[in-house]
Design a protein around this ligand. Structure first.
Ligand SMILES: [Zn+2]
Length: 516
């Protein structure tokens, strides 16, 4: 519900001209209220002027848009293009505007609270995602320096130093711009402070260079993904040269580890990496999806001194020893998010898998078991494993060969899990033709009896409904869930893949010619 104050604020900012004229006589403590109201109504010009004249020491966008006394709704998931652009340009003009009636007290701007989600509820329906925010802020920092040069010496500008906390997302396409902005950070009044760093489609040389520029000593989250050919030996070089004392979360690209072509001399590399990770005493989240780690997970995880809360070892070809290590490790009692997709958990290592599940049952919030070959014969065992997971909020198990009947049994159990609110379940086995084999390849994935699926899906939802669990959302996103980062940079990702494919072909051709 909106308070009377909020409704009045909305009334004021809905007339942009009037609001902009009145700003100089508005009390300091009303700025946050007016900001949220303008953001809600997408009043870009007012937002710009509010930020340009921001009278307070802090500007934390997550807090400003989050639940407030005057309006409970959290609107921080609106990465609205109009609003965010106005905000960032307003920041640049905050520095340049020497005639603002307010004294310049702003010290910290925190932009990390914006959430990138699939559905945009704002009017313009256009988002300014993480990648675009990175680009725009870098561009504005650069423009600011050019403008300062033009204005010569203006003491009111040169005294300003504002830390801008932001989650950077860099690819080849915005690399140069971001590097420029980071290099000139000491001269620019707006100082980019990178809290989380994500890199994709970037050469290793550039990756290493830009990580150094981000000030790794204060970095909390590092994601190196998809089109970056970071392998174990590169990771060793990275960790030997750069320290990440505050890192809490690390994501490595597919094939960062491939122990199938492991030689004796690789063993020390793995140990060094484990040891370097153990020096990151705050590291609690580790994503190693699509690395091959058969028989080596202990080497990597046992040196860690802090228990992991998130572990993604999907498609890592873990063997029995790995699973036994995980089940008995210090991490097992602390895991909140566990992804074991791509492992035949119920057949290959039933006892160790269920031991692991039982050890983390008191902490587990998200469990992902996609394409794990879980069949009807395993359902009773799975139910026994799930019942103690009273904190479970999300369970995703797409791609498993389960019948409609088995799904119904599972849904009856789901309705008893008090915190559960999200399920991704597979298309039932009996909706596919008899000759389909699991894992089903992309081409055959949508070749099922859709009518039958709809009716089963309705029955499953009815089970939840009858148990008064309308709060649980159950769906079957055939090709995986939404990924804001992929959404934003998908085009570049595709062309980068094509280019590397072309390069490989050319090299191959050259090699052939040389042989001739
Ligand atoms: Zn919008």
């Amino acid at each position: 519900m909106k308070s009377l104050r909020f409704i009045s604020a909305e009334a004021l900012v809905s007339n942009a001209q009037l609001a902009r004229k009145s700003l100089s006589s508005v009390a300091h403590n009303l700025f946050p209220l007016l900001f949220k109201a303008s953001y809600l109504l997408e009043q870009g010009e007012v937002i710009h002027d509010l930020v340009e004249n921001w009278p307070l020491a802090n500007f934390n966008i997550g807090k400003l848009l989050g639940t407030t006394v005057d309006y409970q709704e959290d609107i921080s998931s609106r990465a609205c293009c109009v609003c965010l652009e106005s905000c960032l340009v307003g920041l640049r003009d905050y520095v340049l505007n020497c005639s603002s009636p307010y004294s310049k007290r702003l010290k910290v701007v925190d932009l990390t609270g914006i959430k990138d989600v699939e559905v945009q509820l704002c009017k313009c329906k256009k988002t300014l995602g993480r990648w675009a925010r990175t680009e725009l802020l870098s561009k504005l920092c650069f423009e600011l320096l050019v403008e300062m040069q033009r204005l010569q010496f203006q003491p009111c500008i040169f005294d300003i130093a504002i830390d801008i906390l932001i989650d950077l997302f860099v690819t080849e396409r915005n690399y140069e711009l971001v590097v420029q902005a980071l290099l000139m950070r000491c001269h620019c009044p707006l100082k980019i402070r990178c809290v989380a760093f994500r890199a994709d489609s970037l050469a290793l040389r550039k990756l290493f260079y830009i990580i150094k520029l981000t000030d790794p000593s204060s970095l909390r989250k590092l994601e190196v993904v998809h089109n970056i050919r970071l392998e174990m030996e590169h990771l060793e070089v990275l960790f030997n040269n750069i320290h990440f004392p505050l890192l809490t979360s690390l994501t490595l690209p597919a094939r960062a580890f491939s122990v199938q072509r492991f030689a004796a001399e690789d063993e020390p590399i793995l140990m060094t990496i484990g040891e370097k990770m153990s020096q990151m005493t705050q590291l609690t989240e580790l994503s190693l999806a699509f690395s091959t780690l058969t028989g080596k997970i202990r080497k990597l995880l046992s040196p860690l001194k802090t228990p992991l809360k998130l572990l993604d070892v999907s498609n890592c070809a873990l063997n029995h020893a790995d699973m036994a290590y995980l089940a008995n490790s210090l991490h097992s009692n602390h895991l909140e998010v566990l992804d074991l997709s791509g492992h035949n958990v119920a057949d290959l290592y039933p006892s160790t898998f269920f031991k692991l599940l039982s050890h983390c049952s008191h902490t587990l919030k998200i469990l992902i078991l996609e394409e794990c070959n879980i069949q009807d014969i395993h359902v009773n065992m799975l139910i026994l494993g799930l019942i103690p997971c009273r904190k479970l909020q999300e369970f995703k198990f797409l791609g498993n060969p389960l019948s409609s009947r088995a799904l119904k049994c599972l849904f009856n159990v789901f309705s008893d899990l008090p915190k559960l609110n999200y399920i991704e379940f597979p298309v039932p086995r009996d909706c596919y033709p008899n000759n389909v084999t699991y894992p089903i390849d992309d081409a055959d994935l949508s070749k099922f009896d859709h009518q039958k699926y709809e009716s089963v899906s309705e029955e499953l939802n009815n089970i939840l409904l009858h148990a008064n669990r309308e709060d649980i959302k159950a769906s079957t996103p055939l090709f995986g869930g939404y990924d804001a980062a992929i959404q934003e940079t998908g085009n570049e990702l595709g062309s980068y893949l094509l280019k590397s494919f072309k390069d490989t072909l050319e090299n191959f051709n050259k090699a052939l010619q040389e042989m001739n």
